[in-house]
Design a protein around this ligand. Structure first.
Ligand SMILES: CC(C)(COP(=O)(O)OP(=O)(O)OC[C@H]1O[C@@H](n2cnc3c(N)ncnc32)[C@H](O)[C@@H]1OP(=O)(O)O)[C@@H](O)C(=O)NCCC(=O)NCCS
Length: 186
């Protein structure tokens, strides 16, 4: 297993990982929302802050994707120039609204933790240290650019996710209805 920077040729493999690790998004419309909310913006617009774990054939089996500055992400994601917000609104207004509302919860923490991330590993690659290696690599990149911290929001019932962030050393910053905000210094 090797960790390397994301490259545009990885996009389909990342879509595959994203949908396989979110099986409840099981129709084309739901997958459109999934990609618009949690994948495409990051790899198209913040690719420098995205890393992949690849197998011997150089095919991604896991990724960490991120945006280093929440305010910039929020302004660009919801701008008219980029397609993501419009696509998301058409395919799933509830997720659109929840992303919009996230800005309120993040208001207090974004100074200390301006970056945020999403991470997914194919089931066959899980529990082998890949998630830990990907977060290490991302933190190194953020640290080298003076970004002091990174947060994420995890479903409270996502046992793997919650255990992973706790074991890694993320702090539980805030409990929201049904989810938890975790954060760590870089
Ligand atoms: C959460 C996830 C990214 C963790 O990545 P990973 O490569 O499997 O994690 P690691 O192998 O680095 O595990 C580190 C620690 O996390 C915890 N952990 C990871 N998988 C776990 C599981 N299935 N059950 C319980 N704890 C788990 C353990 O404490 C583990 O340390 P240990 O193996 O020494 O006990 C991965 O399981 C995943 O992609 N899950 C599906 C998608 C998802 O939930 N993404 C996060 C959304 S917020």
């Amino acid at each position: 297993m090797k960790i390397r920077a994301y490259e545009p040729r990885d996009k389909e493999a990342l879509r595959n990982i994203c949908s396989k690790t979110a099986p409840s998004f099981d129709t084309d419309k739901k997958r459109d929302a999934l990609f618009a909310a949690y994948l495409d913006y990051y790899i198209d617009s913040e690719g420098e802050y995205c890393f992949v774990a690849v197998n011997e054939a150089d095919i991604p089996i896991g990724y960490v994707i991120s945006a280093p500055d929440y305010d910039r992400y929020n302004a660009r994601f919801f701008s008219k120039e980029l397609p993501y917000s419009g696509k998301l609104f058409r395919s799933d207004p509830r997720i659109w609204l929840s992303l919009k509302a996230t800005a309120i919860f993040v208001r207090k923490l974004k100074k200390r933790y301006p970056a945020h991330l999403h991470i997914d590993i194919l089931p066959e690659g899980q529990r082998m240290g890949i998630g830990t290696a990907l977060v290490d690599r991302l933190r190194e990149k953020l640290r080298s650019e003076g970004v002091p911290g990174v947060f994420l929001i995890c479903g409270a019932k996502n046992e793997k996710g919650v255990n992973f962030y706790r074991k890694y050393g993320f702090k539980e910053i805030k409990k929201l209805p049904g989810s938890i905000i975790f954060a760590t210094e870089t």
